[in-house]
Design a protein around this ligand. Structure first.
Ligand code: PXP
Length: 244
């Protein structure tokens, strides 16, 4: 019997286009509806301290309109925890944030569980929000995450994604195996395993082949494809690839 993987569609880039003109459209709330119609199992947005794409209005409206599952990526700061308290997404993914970065550059460092991070996990769990942490494929990070009471990890697939687009199969497989090994380690530790960052229609099947990965969060490449064929169809095409 075939199994399909949970597809979380990251719609930040719809808001990026809106913010490029400080306009009202395109609206990520409308995009979420289309993504769900195309088969998205969840909607993911990242609210950053500079509000360069997603803002509070978006998170609040998405929280009231998303019918599947709302995952909000954020840094573990006081300001962001207040937004979570106010908007009550289903899940929060804690990510690192560097103001000048173009996109999230790497996983969180959870080794030694900095106090702020551990407190954020407790606070979110008390709000009945499940908690995920975005981690590089490093066994030490997985072991540390298992200690701090998170429900899920999301493995950073950026390194795999980058080499996969170079036509060099050797390095691609090395990076794929790193993801597979930590996915298994996290699964054995009782954590739900997601992955994402930089995944495309070309490289996603390498992640689908990893049995422990039950969720993929994909944004930029779906939105890029949507500019040619429409968001609903772009999501449907990606969902069709997430079968094993
Ligand atoms: N997961 C996390 C934690 C992210 O920060 C991002 C990018 O916002 C994604 C997944 C999606 O990455 P992409 O847009 O490259 O598909």
């Amino acid at each position: 019997m075939s199994e399909t993987i949970f597809l979380g569609v990251n719609i930040d880039h719809i808001a990026t286009l809106r913010q490029a003109r400080l306009a009202l459209e395109p609206d990520p709330v409308q995009a979420a509806v289309l993504a769900e119609l195309g088969g998205a199992d969840g909607i993911t947005v990242h609210i950053r301290s500079d509000r360069r794409h997603i803002n509070e209005r978006d998170v609040k409206l998405l929280s009231g309109t998303v019918k599947t599952h709302l995952n909000v990526e954020m840094a573990a700061t006081k300001e962001m925890l207040e937004i979570a308290r106010d908007c009550r997404p289903d899940n929060v993914t804690l990510v690192p944030e560097r103001p000048e970065e173009i996109t999230t550059e790497g996983g969180l460092d959870v080794t030694g569980a900095p106090e702020q991070l551990a407190e954020a996990v407790v606070a979110l769990r008390e709000m009945n929000i499940t908690v995920s942490v975005f981690l590089d494929p490093d066994p030490a990070q997985i072991d540390a995450a298992a200690e701090i009471g998170v429900n899920q990890i999301e493995i950073n697939t950026a390194a795999y994604a980058e080499v996969s687009e170079t036509r060099k199969l050797g390095p691609t497989e090395v990076e794929r195996v790193k993801v597979a090994e930590v996915a298994q380690r996290a699964h054995v530790a009782g954590l739900r395993v997601a992955a994402g960052h930089g995944l495309t229609y070309r490289n996603v099947r390498g992640m689908v082949a990893i049995a422990e990965i039950i969720e993929l969060n994909i944004g930029h490449n779906i939105v890029a494809r949507a500019t040619s064929i429409g968001l609903e169809t772009a999501v449907r095409e990606m969902k069709a690839l997430l079968v094993r």
